[in-house]
Design a protein around this ligand. Structure first.
Ligand code: ATP
Length: 622
């Protein structure tokens, strides 16, 4: 009963040969340029033309138009860096050549050329003068080449497929293929826009089945009507889970959005969102994005790292069920949950050795029970049903902890308790509301300490380095690496004008210690200002004379650095300060966000090591 392959009905077909790939790239270009209402028009005309000229099977085109929703092709496992390698092979470039270096360093700003931070644009710059081919590929051929690509794992095999693409594709159209592989077309058109133009029920079917094929084949014509069964969640078919909304800053806002009535408070668990479908002795697990993990957790009691240990826990009356929850990793030795990175190793542990870390599924919702779809029930009724489904198996299969609250103070108290336990935050849920597939509604609110002013730590730090960004933040420095001033060694008094003695730097302790990396909180205009500063290239392994970086790890190693006299101070807010070997300071901030650039401050004003220690021991807060 693994997800059944939905068969194409005989009345859904295309006539004759597949249209050229350029038909689709012309649409991509139109969508990228058009204003929002025109995008819908462009899509609608395009679908109409296909239905008239080609036939009613739009699946081959939709796979390329919303590649992020196509689950039928195995993952390519190709990110920008891997694609750069493949293209260096395809173009037979000398690895030391300028073009090869530019491809590998696609993130690095290069002010004479465009497109930094966006791999496909850099790729275009690199291939436009080398590729003379015209596009002769059809849409079906592109799909079949992408199938071949997803089936290859070695660079050589992948390069062979890309060469076949390159031989029959213009430089411009190769860029579209690169974007399809990276699953981000950058055409400013969200998947729900594409779905809603395709057919009014398309998004609904997609949310309940995560199956693009079903969407295309059941709604092959605008006149088709989806029946209830089509738009409903189904056993062994991944649905799009409900997500959380972020309230405005004040906790009062949470209370207001909950209608000032009693609400449910759950912990925001920091693992992987997993849905479990079970019928009789058969199990199916998949991720938020519909990735099938049954091979890891176990299809039946004889296999996997979870099913053998939970099968006995279900009530005999449960014939079938769909559960929603978070997969965590339990370490019996330290008696703690481990960070996200341990999920895969734990999921691969199929032994029953009680000392080994293993997965623990914490369940917080139920969508179907004994063939009855109950996800539209109010949450409190779903919770009642859920409690009857299984007897918890400690640290293996549990109900997610929950409590009730009414006031901002209740939320704050619970948040403090969770933070003391090293948690990430809370999810506050409205007990009267249904489960909304793919919804991000007021009914589920995520609350984190950094949203709550009085619960966060504020520190002024000096920016000492940065990494180049990608995507929206591409084209220059993006993530900032920040430091605090080391006032624990003599000679580190800023009054002694430390930066005039750089030539003696080796004799002295560095004046700053790396402390935190910040990726969020700054606006694009802040970045425009920051990018004008005097950044210098950092060579991996290089020792800087003004800041000590951690001995190991990459967390505080920048792409570029900036000297204190050229740099600036930022105010950072974070949930708390915790120990960390990843920074020279041996402490760092959890969930940091930049609140402001302190234009009035210089390196002399930043927080010092002693002050951070004071903060940790309950001393003053700034
Ligand atoms: P963030 O980056 O803040 O974790 P996100 O974009 O990944 O957010 P959100 O929609 O903000 O996702 O939060 C939903 C995620 O929170 C879910 O995918 C789930 O993995 C996780 N989560 C953890 N605990 C709960 C819970 N008790 N109820 C619902 N979701 C939870």
């Amino acid at each position: 009963h693994q997800p059944l392959q939905f068969e194409r009905p005989p009345h859904v077909f295309n006539r004759g040969t597949s249209p050229p790939f350029t038909l689709l790239t012309a649409l991509f270009k139109d969508l990228g340029k058009a204003k929002p209402p025109k995008r819908r028009d462009a899509l609608s005309k395009w679908f109409h033309k296909w239905r008239t000229d080609v036939g009613n099977d739009l699946y081959p085109a939709m796979r390329l138009l919303v590649p992020q929703c196509d689950k039928d092709r195995a993952v390519y496992g190709l990110k920008e860096q891997a694609m750069a390698k493949i293209y260096i092979t395809v173009l037979e470039l000398d690895p030391k050549s300028n073009t090869a270096t530019r491809l590998r360093n696609w993130k690095k700003p290069n002010f004479t050329e465009s497109g930094t931070g966006d791999f496909p644009s850099v790729l275009y710059d690199c291939i436009k003068s080398r590729v003379t081919a015209e596009t002769t590929l059809t849409i079906d051929e592109v799909n079949s080449l992408l199938d071949d690509l997803s089936a290859s794992t070695k660079v050589q095999a992948q390069a062979a497929v890309m060469s076949r693409i390159a031989e029959r594709c213009s430089a411009e159209d190769q860029i579209w293929i690169a974007r399809i592989i990276l699953k981000d077309l950058k055409i400013a058109t969200k998947e729900n826009t594409v779905f809603s133009v395709f057919h009014p029920s398309a998004f609904e079917i997609y949310n309940s089945t995560s199956d693009l094929k079903q969407v295309c084949w059941k709604l092959y014509d605008l006149h088709c009507t989806a029946n209830n069964e089509d738009t409903e969640i189904q056993l062994f078919h991944p649905f799009q889970p409900m997500l959380c909304k972020r309230p405005r800053r004040e906790l009062q806002d949470v209370v207001k959005l909950m209608g000032r009535k009693e609400f449910i408070i759950e912990e925001k668990l920091d693992g992987e969102r997993i849905q479990l479908h079970k019928r009789g002795k058969e199990y199916y697990f998949c991720s938020r994005k519909g990735k099938d993990y049954t091979y890891l957790y176990g299809q039946h009691v004889g296999t996997g790292s979870l099913t053998p240990f939970i099968d006995h826990a279900f009530d005999d009356r449960v014939k079938n069920v769909i559960l929603d929850g978070e997969m965590l990793v339990w370490d019996p030795v330290t008696e703690h949950y481990l960070p996200f990175g341990w999920l895969k190793p734990a999921a691969l542990n199929k032994s029953d050795d009680p000392t080994k870390m293993h997965p623990c599924f914490k369940v917080f919702d139920i969508l179907m029970l004994n063939d009855q779809r109950i996800y539209r029930w109010p949450l409190h009724k779903r919770k009642d049903a859920l409690r009857k489904v299984f007897q918890p198996v400690p640290n293996v299969l549990e109900y997610a902890y929950e409590t009730r609250g009414r006031t901002a103070k209740d939320v704050k108290t619970e948040l403090e308790r969770v933070m003391d336990d090293r948690g990430e935050g809370l999810v506050v849920k409205n007990p009267d509301k249904p489960y909304v597939l793919a919804g991000r509604e007021d009914a589920w609110l995520k609350v984190k300490p950094e949203y709550v002013d009085e619960m966060s730590e504020t520190v002024d730090v000096l920016v000492v380095g940065a990494d180049y960004g990608t995507g929206k933040r591409g084209g220059g420095v993006s993530t900032l690496i920040c430091a605090v001033r080391d006032d624990t060694m003599s000679g580190n008094d800023p009054q002694q004008v430390i930066f005039s003695v750089n030539e003696h730097a080796d004799d002295r302790a560095r004046s700053f210690l790396s402390f935190v990396r910040i990726g969020s909180g700054l606006s694009m205009s802040d970045f425009e200002e920051i990018r004008q500063k005097n950044w210098r290239e950092y060579t991996p392994g290089e020792e800087l004379d003004f800041v000590k970086l951690a001995d190991r790890g990459t967390e505080d190693k920048p792409d570029v650095y900036i000297r204190p006299e050229d740099s600036f101070v930022i105010t950072v807010k974070a949930a708390e300060i915790v120990t960390s070997e990843k920074y020279a300071m041996d402490w760092t901030m959890r969930f940091p966000r930049c609140r402001a650039i302190r234009r009035d401050a210089t390196w002399e004003d930043v927080m010092t090591v002693k002050e951070i220690h004071d903060m940790r021991t309950g001393g003053r807060k700034r």
